[in-house]
Design a protein around this ligand. Structure first.
Ligand SMILES: NC(=O)c1ccc[n+]([C@@H]2O[C@H](COP(=O)([O-])OP(=O)(O)OC[C@H]3O[C@@H](n4cnc5c(N)ncnc54)[C@H](OP(=O)(O)O)[C@@H]3O)[C@@H](O)[C@H]2O)c1
Length: 330
């Protein structure tokens, strides 16, 4: 089968495109999936480069997310999946599992979910990682409540937009930062205040917005997706028992005003979806499917590329030269 894989960690050039054996008959509890689409995420580049330490099995096929069709189920039937079913997964390609960047992938049934009727597999693949990450960040880690005030830094990005949509649906009042050109997009998703991250007066504008929306209580949830953290300001804006969720900025080393944090029962909680349990991923998948069915979870600016362009896709994502979501088609 065609596959994009690497034999050692390294730069994007470590990815080769070529033939690998089609996986054999799936074992009990596993499903052979014909891959229709696989997304390119920042974390896929971290796995490939070795920046994110995880068990790999060389030749390691790239890619975490897939949408596709059930080709064959393991002996004894597998968790209700039937040949031809449209399915998706978002936890392949790390922790010893083969990746999604090939014509076929064998997926453990507990990591496979039905794709809702009428949802395009390419559009689904583009939105899965951000959608599930946003749900876990908001509901599992931040425990967001209706009426709370939430800041989403980078609100127009793939993850940022999934956070905005889901925070709004949870009944939160949302403030975003984004490029000036994207403030309208953030508002269209339900953000009540959309700030330009390049504004010289950003800190004051954010403080004003937090004061107004929270009635002076402060920020309940602060999530920065751009990787550019201003923790002193973030802690200063926190409400009593406010939560900062740290999920971007692999190389960030920030100072934390600890005294200000603990005296308001504030917390900073790190979170990577790679560490999510199967049961957390299943809960997130349920929520993602509701959003997909409602047309409420959509990646912006999807670019479809043939799988053979995987190395170029990784390089473009790392260089920041692409706009939007890259999806590889085997
Ligand atoms: N922890 C996890 O489980 C997890 C899961 C998924 C993603 N992530 C991480 O989340 C981050 C974002 O991923 P993504 O796919 O959403 O990337 P993305 O689509 O490139 O979004 C990043 C956004 O940040 C904006 N931005 C850049 N500089 C900014 C600044 N100073 N202030 C505010 N916004 C700024 C960008 O806007 P412009 O392009 O207009 O400058 C862009 O819209 C990555 O670091 C990724 O690794 C973590």
């Amino acid at each position: 089968m065609d596959a994009a894989y690497f034999r050692h960690t390294g730069g994007a050039g470590a990815i080769k495109f070529g033939k690998l054996p089609v996986p054999g008959l799936p074992e009990t509890g596993r499903v052979l999936v014909r891959v229709a689409a696989t997304a390119v995420n920042h974390v896929d580049t971290h796995v490939r480069s070795g920046a994110f330490a995880t068990e790999l099995s060389f030749p390691q096929i790239i890619g975490r997310d897939l949408a596709g069709t059930v080709e064959q189920v393991g002996p004894g039937g597998t968790a209700g999946f039937l040949m031809g079913d449209l399915v998706w997964s978002n936890s392949m390609g790390f922790d010893g599992r083969p990746g999604a960047g090939a014509e076929f992938a064998v997926v453990p049934a507990e990591r496979l979910y039905s794709l809702p009727v009428g949802v395009d597999p390419v559009e689904a693949a583009a939105a899965l990682h951000s959608g599930a990450t946003a749900w876990l960040a908001l509901h599992r880690h931040a425990r967001v409540q209706a009426g709370e005030t939430v800041f989403v830094g980078g609100g127009a990005g793939q993850l940022g937009s999934a956070l905005v949509v889901q925070a709004v649906r949870a009944g939160a009042r949302v403030i975003t930062s984004s490029s000036a050109a994207d403030t309208g997009y953030c508002r269209s998703m339900g953000a009540e205040v959309a700030l330009d991250y390049r504004s010289a007066g950003l800190a004051g504008e954010l403080a004003d917005a937090v004061g107004t929306l929270s009635g002076g209580r402060g920020l309940d949830v602060h999530i920065e997706t751009s990787g550019r953290h201003h923790l002193e300001a973030a802690v200063e804006l926190l409400a009593l028992r406010g939560r900062i969720i740290a999920l971007s900025g692999m190389a960030a080393t920030n100072m934390v005003p600890l005294g200000r944090l603990y005296t308001r029962d504030g917390s900073i909680r790190g979170f990577a979806i790679s560490n999510a349990s199967v049961s957390d991923l299943t809960d997130a998948a349920r929520a993602v499917n509701v959003l997909l069915s409602a047309g409420a979870l959509q990646a912006r600016h999807i670019t479809r590329l043939p799988l053979r362009d995987a190395a170029a896709a990784h390089a473009a994502l790392e260089a920041g030269t692409n706009r939007g979501k890259l999806v590889l088609i085997p």
